[in-house]
Write a protein that binds this ligand. Structure first.
Ligand SMILES: [Zn+2]
Length: 317
């Protein structure tokens, strides 16, 4: 063997060893690379997973809030959508009954009389209803006394479809600051003490002249469908009054005292659905001032009119 050949063989052997090492190293690096890759994949998927969960929860939350706002809007819209310029069947007759009058002032706080405020609201209501095509009568359109029993008899004679009695509330001086708000009553035997108190106030004329048995028999012959219709009407009127007043005075300024049942004698003899609205407290220092403004009176009247229209739209008898 020549020297050159031996050198060549040595070189080749070294090369093989070097190659083997290289191969090992390459494999090692590859494994490591794979490990890193796998890790990164896992972390990535983990990240993605958590992200997607987060996204879902956010979506859910958003959905919840959205549905909440939607619901809120629909309530608002339900009140809002009452068409302003729809002409209602001209055959519909409404009798407006402004409470008290003449010698009977109703609730009084200094120079503010219930009888005057409710008459003004009654007149604004007449204008609003006439605009929509209703036939409207009033049990009184000036400051004179009308007996309770004559009021419903009048409505029956006019063959009214609805009877709307308008009043203002009041409480004793020691409760004057606390008691405020709007409420709508429909006729039924009184349940709560509160309803009894208000009924006693509004019934002063007439109730004492009736014997217990007459009172009871009058309440027992109450027509159930009339009560249901009166209840529906009361809900629509209350909702619309509140909606319109709150738009102007803010939500917290106008208290919703609700729709209530009470034995108002002014409603007993009426053959049609009938309600009694307490438009606010004459005894309350803030509400007393409001009740005496034209804007409040007009808004109340507008709200009642919208409520009546809503009632006819929903219940086309
Ligand atoms: Zn009254």
């Amino acid at each position: 063997m020549s020297n050159d050949k031996a050198k060549q063989i040595k070189y080749l052997k070294k090369l093989v060893i070097y190659g083997k090492k290289l191969k090992k190293n390459i494999l090692k690096y590859q494994r490591e690379l794979n490990r890193i890759d796998k890790k990164s994949v896992i972390t990535r998927t983990k990240k993605y997973h958590t992200k997607s969960i987060k996204k879902k929860t956010i979506k859910k939350k958003r959905k919840k809030t959205r549905t909440k706002t939607k619901h809120h809007k629909t309530i608002k819209n339900r009140v809002k959508i009452i068409p302003k310029d729809i002409l209602y069947p001209s055959s519909k007759i409404i009798v407006i009954d402004p409470g008290h009058g003449g010698k009977d002032a109703g609730a009084v706080n200094r120079r503010i009389y219930e009888k005057n405020i409710v008459l003004k609201i009654g007149k604004y209501l007449r204008t609003e209803l006439k605009k929509s095509g209703f036939i409207v009568y009033m049990t009184r359109d000036r400051d004179h006394f009308v007996k309770l029993s004559h009021r419903t008899k009048y409505a029956n004679r006019k063959k009214a479809d609805l009877f709307i009695s308008i009043h203002a509330n009041s409480v004793r001086k020691n409760k004057a600051k606390k008691a405020h708000g709007i409420e709508t009553y429909f006729l039924s035997p009184a349940r709560s003490a509160r309803a009894k108190r208000v009924a006693a106030l509004e019934n002063r004329d007439g109730v004492n002249k009736m014997s217990y048995s007459t009172k009871n028999s009058l309440l027992t012959i109450l027509n159930q469908t009339k009560i249901t219709q009166s209840n529906k009407l009361a809900i629509d009127v209350q909702k619309n009054m509140l909606y319109n007043l709150r738009k102007r005075y803010g939500k917290n300024a106008i208290k919703d005292s609700g729709v209530r049942e009470a034995p108002f004698w002014v409603l007993v003899g009426a053959a049609m659905p009938s309600i009694l609205i307490e438009v606010g407290y004459v005894s309350n220092p803030i509400e007393k001032k409001r009740l005496n403004t034209i804007s409040y009176q007009k808004l109340i009247a507008y709200g009642i009119a919208q409520g009546i229209k809503s009632y006819f739209l929903k219940n086309s008898y």
